[in-house]
Design a protein around this ligand. Structure first.
Ligand code: SPD
Length: 285
C-alpha cells in the first residue's frame, strides 16, 4: 500500500529505474550494487533489491530477478518443449543467464542443449550472482558457445528439434533476432517437425513489434501462436511469446512431462493460448 512512509523511501533511498518510454518507468528499491561493467556489447549491472532478490540489468533494462524469473523461463521453455513430442536437440539463442537451459534440461528426452550467447560476461555474472538460475549450465548435456547466435543458426542446418530465442529487448545487439531473415534461418536450422519460440515483449507497450513478428513468423511457419504470461518486473507485467511450428500444434498437448515447475502446468499450457480481445486483434490478419 502506498503510504507517507513509501513516499519518504522514494525520496531518500537508492532506486533502480527502468525508463520504458517517455511516460512510463518501473522502479525497484536497491540494497546495493553488486556488479557494474561495460562489456563489448552492453552495460551489465547486478543489484540486490529489497523486493525481488538479485536483479540483472542489461543496457538499463530488467532482464531477470531472483523472485519472478521462474515465470519467464518456464513459459518460454515448456510451452514449445511440450508441444514437441520428443525434443532431443535444443538450441537456446541468447539467454546467457542460463534460466532457459535450466528448464530445457528438465525434459528427460533432451540429449543435447546448446546455448549460443554473444556476451560471455552475462554467463559469468549469472554464475556468480544467480547460481539458482545458472545451475543447468554445468550439466553434461549442455554446450555453452560464446558466439553470435545469428551466425550460429545460419551455420547449423536441420539440427534442432526446438529453438528458443531468449533475447534482450529489440534494441542494440538484439535487433537482428526480431527479423524475418532470422526466422527463416531458424526454420532452416530446425528439423522437419521443429518448433521455435521467442520472447516478443508486451502487448500493451510493443504492439507494432508484436504485429510484425507474428506476421513474419506466420510467413515462415505453417503454425504460429502467441501466448501470454504475467511477469511483474517486465514493462506492464503482461508478456508475450510467439511460437512457430512446422507440424505440431500447442493446443494438442495432453500431458505435462516435467513436475518441478512453479508456474507452468497442463492447465496453464492451454490457458496461456487464450488471448484477450485486444491481443487477438493485434495478431489477426
Ligand atoms: N524487457 C525484458 C526482456 C527480457 C528478455 N530476456 C530476459 C532474459 C532472461 N533470461
Amino acid at each position: 500500500m502506498y503510504t507517507k512512509e513509501c513516499f519518504k523511501l522514494t525520496q531518500s533511498h537508492l532506486w533502480f529505474t527502468e525508463y520504458q518510454s517517455e511516460n512510463l518507468s518501473i522502479g525497484l528499491r536497491i540494497e546495493k550494487t553488486l556488479h557494474s561493467e561495460q562489456t563489448p556489447y552492453q552495460t551489465l549491472d547486478v543489484y540486490s533489491t529489497h523486493q525481488y532478490g538479485n536483479l540483472l540489468v542489461l543496457d538499463g533494462c530488467v532482464m531477470t530477478t531472483d523472485k519472478d524469473e521462474f515465470v519467464y523461463h518456464e513459459m518460454l521453455a515448456h510451452v514449445p518443449m511440450h508441444t514437441h513430442p520428443n525434443p532431443k536437440s535444443v538450441l537456446v539463442v541468447g539467454g546467457g543467464d542460463g534460466g532457459i537451459i535450466r528448464e530445457v534440461i528438465k525434459h528427460p528426452s533432451v540429449e543435447r542443449a546448446v546455448l549460443a550467447e554473444i556476451d560471455g560476461a552475462v554467463v559469468e555474472a549469472s554464475k556468480k550472482y544467480f547460481p539458482q538460475i545458472a545451475q543447468g549450465l554445468s550439466d553434461p548435456r549442455v554446450d555453452v558457445q560464446i558466439v553470435d547466435g545469428i551466425k550460429y543458426v545460419e551455420d547449423h542446418k536441420g539440427e534442432f528439434d526446438v529453438i528458443l530465442i531468449d533475447s534482450t529487448d529489440p534494441i542494440g545487439p538484439a535487433v537482428g533476432l526480431f527479423s524475418k531473415t532470422f526466422y527463416d534461418s531458424v526454420a532452416e536450422a530446425l528439423k522437419p517437425d521443429g518448433i521455435m519460440a521467442a520472447q516478443t515483449e508486451s502487448p500493451f507497450a510493443n504492439q507494432e513489434l508484436i504485429r510484425r513478428v507474428y506476421s513474419d513468423i506466420g510467413k515462415t511457419f505453417p503454425i504460429v501462436k502467441l501466448y501470454l504470461a504475467s511477469i511483474p518486473t517486465y514493462p506492464t507485467g503482461m508478456w508475450s511469446f510467439t511460437m512457430g511450428s512446422k507440424v505440431h500444434r500447442p493446443e494438442d498437448v495432453k500431458d505435462v512431462r516435467v513436475a518441478n515447475t512453479r508456474y507452468y502446468n497442463a492447465a496453464v499450457h492451454q490457458a496461456c493460448l487464450a488471448l484477450p480481445n485486444f491481443v487477438k486483434e493485434l495478431v489477426s490478419e
